[in-house]
Design a protein around this ligand. Structure first.
Ligand SMILES: [Zn+2]
Length: 257
């Protein structure tokens, strides 16, 4: 059971109780307050994946082995992703790439290179539109399954992790993920790397990441030089402290496909 179900049950019971036990303005004030509170917490739950409000997500791994998972969203990117892959190879680091179906189609050689170099592919919806989160069960499932199929056809890999566009969730996502067998992945470190100088991104991650962290970064639409510099800085910083940069599979100890 999710927080959404509990919130719905409590709000429904509260409003029914107010209607039965109260009269006049007190009834409307009480029922209205409960309903507005319900709307507010549901809106917050849709934006904050960490709340696990509409569905359960994984936002960090177990600590204990000095491991951090870097995740890169919105690619593959024609220039930024190859530049990043060079950095990862040079420093023997693994990462996870949450690709969109559209970009996988456009850059299938890069998609295959990601797999060939030992990294993990995740599903990040087909079109990555803001309105994805307003899709109901059927269309949302189609969006996700279409991406699964494209990635499978082009790379031979069926992703087992899903990250929703912008990390938004809705009441339909949980049932769709259960039906498709995908695990929802969030993050515990978000350096807001888009358009941010590499030095600043590195400092933000260095200050926030800890053993078991999942870091949200972007290769899609990134400057190749800036992304390579940020990845180099982060990897060097944590490797010097004895950490390994690992894929989500390794961090979450799932078997590799
Ligand atoms: Zn994204």
């Amino acid at each position: 059971m999710t927080l959404f179900y509990y919130a719905t049950a409590v709000t429904t019971a509260g409003i029914a109780g107010a209607a039965a036990l109260l009269d006049g303005p007190a009834r409307w004030w009480c029922a209205g307050s409960l309903f507005l509170g319900y709307l507010a917490i549901s809106a917050a739950g849709g934006f904050a994946i960490k709340m696990n409000y509409f569905c359960k997500s994984v936002c960090r791994g177990k600590p204990g082995k000095k491991r951090i998972a870097l995740t890169f969203d919105d690619g593959p990117d024609a220039e930024a992703t190859p530049a990043l892959l060079e950095v990862l190879k040079k420093h023997k680091a693994r990462a996870t790439f949450f690709c969109t179906g559209e970009h996988a189609h456009a850059h299938e050689e890069i998609l295959r290179r990601i797999v060939a170099e030992g990294h993990t592919l995740g599903n990040h919806s087909y079109r990555h539109k803001w309105w994805t989160n307003f899709l109901a069960g059927g269309p949302l499932k189609t969006e996700i399954l279409r991406t699964q199929q494209v990635i499978k056809d082009l790379s031979g890999i069926s992703p087992k992790y899903y990250r929703s566009p912008m990390g938004l969730t809705n009441p339909h996502l949980g049932p769709v993920l259960r039906a498709t067998g995908l695990k929802l992945i969030g993050w515990d470190v978000r350096p807001y790397d888009r358009g941010t100088p590499a030095k600043v991104t590195v400092a933000r991650i260095a200050g926030a990441a800890r053993d078991g962290s999942i870091v949200l970064l972007h290769d899609g639409g990134a400057s190749p030089e800036n992304l390579a510099a940020a990845a180099t800085g982060v990897i060097k910083h944590f490797q010097a402290l004895g950490y390994s940069l690992v894929s989500l599979e390794e961090l979450l100890q799932d078997p590799i496909l």
